[in-house]
Design a protein around this ligand. Structure first.
Ligand SMILES: [Zn+2]
Length: 127
């Protein structure tokens, strides 16, 4: 026993930082925080900071639906506004029908999105 006494070395002072164990295979960069997919609502880890979807398929589904809805809304809104400045009472009455149709479309989409667990579309930045 006595012969080891001279070989004993004093333990260095450890800080809390020294005590962190690095697990093999873990990325050195900090992982991005989890997000909820704008299409399905499922939690996922984004591959880029501006990523909003859990998969390419959900990005396509979201963008296709938004494009389709936008086209439908454009047609209804356009004729609503065109007839609102019409010269006859019939034209102005038809304008009101288009406005009602616009509300029905939007209400249906809101219900559908809630049912499917989708987030609302991004709000326009300049309104
Ligand atoms: Zn998704």
């Amino acid at each position: 026993m006595g012969r080891f006494k001279d070989e004993m070395i004093e333990a260095p002072d450890f800080t809390e930082e020294d005590m962190v164990i690095e697990i093999a295979g873990e990325p050195k960069t900090r992982a991005r925080p989890l997000k909820h997919c704008a299409e399905c609502g499922m939690e996922y880890r984004p591959s880029a900071n501006n990523n909003r979807f859990c998969s390419n398929q959900h990005r396509k589904d979201y963008n296709n639906r938004e494009a389709l809805r936008g086209a439908q809304l454009l047609r209804v809104a356009y004729h609503h506004r065109r007839l609102a400045s019409g010269s006859t009472p019939e034209e102005r009455k038809d304008s009101g029908a288009y406005l009602s149709a616009m509300s029905r479309l939007l209400d249906g989409w809101i219900r559908e999105d809630m049912r499917e667990g989708r987030k609302p579309p991004i709000r326009p930045a300049d309104l």
